[in-house]
Design a binder for this molecule. Structure first.
Ligand code: ADQ
Length: 407
């Protein structure tokens, strides 16, 4: 086994997540709750921690309060062993401006790299659901001797214009990289699929720092990882792809070995939850060999009274199902579902309350929402729109934080 290199991981967590509105009206996208007790950022941080990469800087900017709080309360690592998860807000170290793009976020935080002097820098996005052995990607990076490695996955071509698209040679060298092309090319062996960047990169330190400094001086650059940094290394012949089909983590199943989801839209976010509550989900949250870590709430166990039921559902601690019926839904801590209420195919954040005889169907209720006795949400699209709720393309109704649903 080779000596363990010094690795600094930088997690980009400053994105606004506009397409997840209104869930991101009041919080950064990586802080959006997921799966009852998690937040999106827990997946990347768990992957890094499980891979033994325990020096992590999380770069935050947009509405970062709940994200900072979550990191501070949850991700306390042992400083004795040199581990840390540091939440680093924009600090205007290089001038008066906020981060101009994801590469500028790292440039403005170069002191982290100078202080830590890592051999390699892992730069990962913060808003995807997946399990990944980052060490295997690091090994591939070191073995290649190249300056940049990009994680890649096949996605349906119909969705590929949202991603950076990779054209790679048989030896994995990237020949061409197109950031979010309007008409993404298909793969030779599968024309309906494209090879997409997962927004996860590994760089060799010296080359990366030199590139960031040059990029900061370039008036034509958008200072974007996918738009500028990756194409720079590709043009230099110094970039390769790490194919995610090689991914394997302890305890993974054939189904979830290559599971990776961008839950960046309300529909994708809701669909990923419906997968979690299915009898045989694609993504297995219960893999104890590669745990996804999160904050454990101080709350008593979920309680079911007055013949309250939950089927095919995740019900978190502190919930009280008092005579209502919950079906194919995910409930965060401290949700109350009252007598004769029905909750179906819904995602309910902590502290929400569903009153007697109320109906919640294919809806997402943000924190603290109150559905009054007898009220309905997700049942009639026009009525939901008229009440000012957001309704997604596939008809998922979202009620904003602390909102009320009146009868
Ligand atoms: P996007 O996700 O659209 O595409 P971006 O909006 O830059 O790119 O977000 C990438 C990550 O950076 C996210 O975790 C986000 O929170 C964070 N981020 C964005 N702006 C930031 C800023 N100013 N400061 C700090 N963090 C910031 C990217 C790649 C594509 C790739 C997809 C995969 O550009 O090539 O295919 O990810 O999802």
């Amino acid at each position: 086994m080779r000596n363990r290199p010094n690795v600094l991981s930088i997690v980009l967590a400053g994105g606004e997540g506009k397409r997840l509105m209104p869930l991101t009206a009041d919080r950064a996208k990586p802080a959006v709750p997921f799966g009852g007790t998690y937040r999106l950022i827990d997946f990347v941080l768990s992957n890094l921690a499980n891979s033994g990469l325990t020096k992590m800087a999380v770069l935050t900017q947009y509405k970062s309060h709940s994200l900072d709080r979550h990191i501070a309360q949850t991700w306390r690592m042992s400083t004795l062993l040199g581990s840390f998860v540091a939440s680093v807000p924009a600090q205007q170290r290089t001038g008066k401006q906020w981060y101009m793009g994801s590469a500028d976020a790292i440039y403005q935080s170069l002191n982290l790299i100078t202080d830590e002097e890592p051999d390699y820098i892992v730069v990962f996005g913060a808003d995807n659901i997946y399990r990944m052995d980052v060490n295997a990607m690091l090994e591939a990076h070191i073995d290649s001797g190249l300056e940049c490695t990009v994680a890649g996955i096949r996605v349906p071509r119909s969705e590929a214009s949202a991603f950076g698209i990779i054209d790679a040679a048989d030896d994995a060298k990237i020949l061409q990289f197109l950031e979010k092309p309007a008409d993404p090319p298909g793969l030779p062996d599968s024309p309906d699929e494209s090879f997409a960047s997962m927004g996860n990169y590994i760089f060799t330190r010296k080359a990366f720092v030199e590139m960031l400094k040059a990029d900061a001086e370039d008036p034509d650059s958008k200072h974007d990882m996918g738009g500028n940094v990756v194409p720079f290394f590709v043009n230099k012949g110094q970039a390769q792809v790490y194919d995610f089909t090689k991914n394997d983590v302890p305890g993974s199943t054939d189904k979830d070995r290559n599971y990776w989801r961008d839950v960046g839209t309300i529909d994708a976010y809701h669909a990923a939850h419906m997968d979690l509550v299915s009898v045989d989900p694609e993504f297995n949250l219960y893999n104890r060999h590669w745990p996804i870590f999160t904050q454990q709430y101080q709350a008593p166990g979920a309680k079911f009274t007055l013949r309250g039921t939950a089927e095919d559902s995740i019900v978190s601690a502190g919930c009280i199902i008092s005579g209502g019926d919950v079906d194919r839904s995910v409930l965060s801590p401290n949700v109350v579902v009252d007598k004769w209420a029905k909750v179906e195919e819904s995602v309910i954040f902590s502290g929400a309350r569903v009153g007697r005889n109320a109906v919640v169907r294919r809806a997402i209720l943000d924190k603290g929402v109150h559905v009054e006795d007898g009220a309905e949400v997700g049942v009639n699209r026009d009525a939901d729109l008229a009440r000012g709720f957001h309704v997604s393309d596939s008809g998922i109704t979202v009620v904003s934080k602390n909102g009320s649903v009146n009868a």
